[in-house]
Ligand binder design. Structure first.
Ligand code: PGA
Length: 248
């Protein structure tokens, strides 16, 4: 079984005054060694957060696919790696929607992240209409297949996060059976693409994961961790999720 991995996604939250909280969470990570814990912070905090936390990995929430060039306002994978990022989220639904990122864009970003020896956290997920249509699995697997990087050596370079768009920030989650069905389908797609090493890729669940539902979600087959937004913003809410992963 893969070691459970809990990744906080701070989104556009966090100032230097919140670094004390990074230290608090990294102490929780040290106290729960059966779980891997990371936090993806805004680009402005990566370097200081990485310096503040030697136990817990720090990640970025996006990067450009190009190494450098005329892309005003963007940061490259090399830039966030230099600041100490170990993970980069790519293809989060908020970016797919707000910035119009396509599957091809997401694939190129994932490849750029991996080329810098970081781990790409590749997000996929269906809308509520797609869930209600009964086609969620087919839609998510198509999105996944079009977004997966072409790489040979996978070692710790890729995670997939299944995040139903309608579950993000809403307090609603799919049924445990729906999560199990989706994660199994994602596992099968990863093995088709990468062979046996597809079994070593962490598949995270994301979308309103919290201290109340984490234990149930993390005990589902092929749920190898969580991508946690709102509940990662306070130690009181994030610690129970870390505990659930440590005990799963
Ligand atoms: P949430 O966000 O936990 O607040 O639903 C998850 C995410 O968007 O990664």
């Amino acid at each position: 079984m893969l070691k459970k991995r809990i990744v906080g996604n701070w989104k556009m939250n966090g100032l230097k005054s919140d670094l004390a909280y990074i230290i608090e969470i990294s102490q929780q990570a040290a106290a729960h060694p059966k779980a891997d814990v990371a936090i993806c912070v805004p680009a402005t905090l990566i370097e200081s957060a990485a310096k503040a936390s030697d136990i817990m990995a720090i990640g970025a929430q996006d990067c450009h696919a190009s190494h450098s060039g005329a892309h005003t306002g963007c940061v490259s994978a090399a830039m966030v790696a230099e600041c100490g990022a170990k993970y980069v989220i790519v293809g989060h639904s908020e970016r797919r929607t707000d910035q119009g990122e396509s599957n091809a864009d997401v694939k190129a970003k994932a490849q750029a992240v991996i080329a810098q020896q970081m781990c790409a956290i590749l997000c996929v997920g269906e809308s509520e209409d797609h869930r209600n249509s009964g086609n969620a699995v087919a839609i998510v697997i198509e999105q996944l297949n079009l977004s997966l990087p072409d790489i040979d050596n996978l070692e710790n370079s890729l995670c997939v996060a299944y995040e139903p768009i309608w579950a993000i920030g809403t307090g609603r989650i799919p049924s445990l059976e729906e999560v199990a069905e989706m994660h199994m389908a994602i596992r099968q797609a990863l093995v088709v693409k990468y062979g046996d090493s597809g079994n070593d890729i962490h598949i995270l669940y994301g979308g309103s994961m919290n201290g109340d539902n984490a234990a149930d979600l993390l005990n589902i087959a092929h749920v190898d961790g969580g991508l946690v937004g709102g509940a990662s913003l306070s130690a009181a809410k994030f610690t129970p999720v870390i505990e659930a992963a440590n005990n799963a």
